[in-house]
Design a protein around this ligand. Structure first.
Ligand SMILES: Cc1cc2nc3c(=O)[nH]c(=O)nc-3n(C[C@H](O)[C@H](O)[C@H](O)COP(=O)(O)OP(=O)(O)OC[C@H]3O[C@@H](n4cnc5c(N)ncnc54)[C@H](O)[C@@H]3O)c2cc1C
Ligand code: FES
Length: 331
């Protein structure tokens, strides 16, 4: 039996057909329509959109959608399957202009983590600590990276990038040909994503694996510069001590904030949180890193009755899909 297809409209300019067995985001991309998105696996919130009219169902991984979002009719388009014609309102300006950044410096705090310092060309770039950007590759694909510093003058970005063996982008940072070296200019899509510090006086528990430390570092530095007095803990997990590439800095930052830094080696980092907190119900929990860890933390914190869904915020570092839309020309 043929799969049903529905019409999806976003404003007066965008309209496309969406099959009932594919997500709205997949269907838009397959028809050359670029909607805001990041992880494409329900973890980052970049594809959050309001459904103004129509029926839909959500896939099981809509982690970045709060109960409040659901009650207000928001959906994650990477998890949304149409069940009737839909009218949606996308959260970010589709016309947001791409930018150019120049690679200023690459450092290797551990053998498989590169720290990139980028200079932003043109106007200062505004963003919230915790958001991510997309770098465009020559083949038209893109790679998403969290910004590791809060927005100060809007002219300098720091990225922490784990080198993936044979990775198309990251292996070139580690010297594979054609190598990416200081001086290279890259095209970059504007910062986006819903992973940022919510204003509140509640204690903050931050949980990271590997380079998931990057956006959390930006938030910690923001807390420091704003004189935050919130109770804060950071649990940072990795396979080996060397993989906690900035452990001294993390310790120092948490020390300045009067908080607690807990490095966790070769065991599930979220279990360390469960071991220390009999309840998280009065906390805001920020989780970032591998999708497996984000998923486990989400289900175990909430299933264990220790946390409300609405106080769980996450960004999952999923791999780029094999086929994604080009964002622009490349350099
Ligand atoms: C919202 C978001 C934020 C991100 N932020 C960061 C960040 O700050 N720092 C960072 O290091 N990475 C981050 N990532 C991951 C990053 O976008 C790339 O996926 C990664 O750098 C690999 O790119 P590559 O071209 O080298 O590898 P590819 O050529 O895309 O992949 C090579 C192989 O490795 C696998 N692979 C790639 N990435 C991963 C992964 N993350 N987990 C498991 N398998 C993988 C692929 O499936 C493929 O088999 C983020 C991802 C998302 C969605
Ligand atoms: S792209 Fe849908 S939640 Fe990340």
């Amino acid at each position: 039996m043929p799969v049903r297809a529905f019409e999806v409209r976003a404003g007066s300019a965008i309209s496309f057909a969406a099959r009932a067995d594919r997500t709205v985001l997949q269907e838009a991309a397959s028809q050359g329509i670029t909607l805001p998105s990041g992880c494409r696996s329900g973890g980052c919130g970049a594809c959050r959109a309001k459904v103004l009219c129509g029926e839909f169902v959500l896939g099981p991984d809509a982690l970045a959608l709060t109960q409040e979002d659901r009650a207000q009719g928001f959906a994650l388009l990477c998890q949304t399957y149409a069940r009737s014609n839909l009218e949606i309102e996308v959260g970010e300006s589709l016309a947001a202009a791409n930018r150019v950044v120049r690679l200023h410096e690459v450092a290797f705090p551990s053998p498989d983590v590169a720290k990139l310092r980028l200079d932003v060309e043109g106007q200062p770039l505004l963003y919230r600590a915790g958001q991510h950007v997309d770098l465009a590759l020559k083949d038209g694909t893109r790679r998403t990276y969290s910004i590791a510093n809060p927005c100060a003058d809007g002219k300098h970005l720091e990225l922490h990038i784990r080198i993936v063996p044979q990775g198309r982008f990251t292996s070139r940072l580690a010297g594979a040909s054609p190598a990416i070296r200081p001086g290279v200019r890259m095209r970059m899509a504007p910062p986006r994503g819903d992973f940022h510090l919510r204003e509140s006086a509640r204690p903050v528990v931050m949980v990271a694996t590997g380079t998931g430390y990057a956006p959390i570092r930006a938030m910690l530095l923001q807390m420091l510069s704003s004189g935050s007095r919130r109770d804060v803990s950071l649990y940072w997990g990795a396979k080996t001590a060397a993989d906690l590439y900035d452990t001294e800095e993390a310790k120092e930052l948490l020390g300045k904030l009067g908080g607690r830094y807990v490095p966790v080696i070769s065991s599930p980092v979220h279990n360390a949180v469960l071991g220390d907190f009999s309840t998280l119900s009065d906390c805001d929990v920020y989780v970032c890193g591998s999708p497996a860890m984000v998923r486990a933390a989400h289900s175990d914190f909430i299933a264990a009755g220790r946390l409300e869904r609405t106080n769980f915020f996450a960004d999952a570092f999923g791999a780029a899909p094999l086929c994604i839309e080009a964002i622009d020309e490349h350099i």
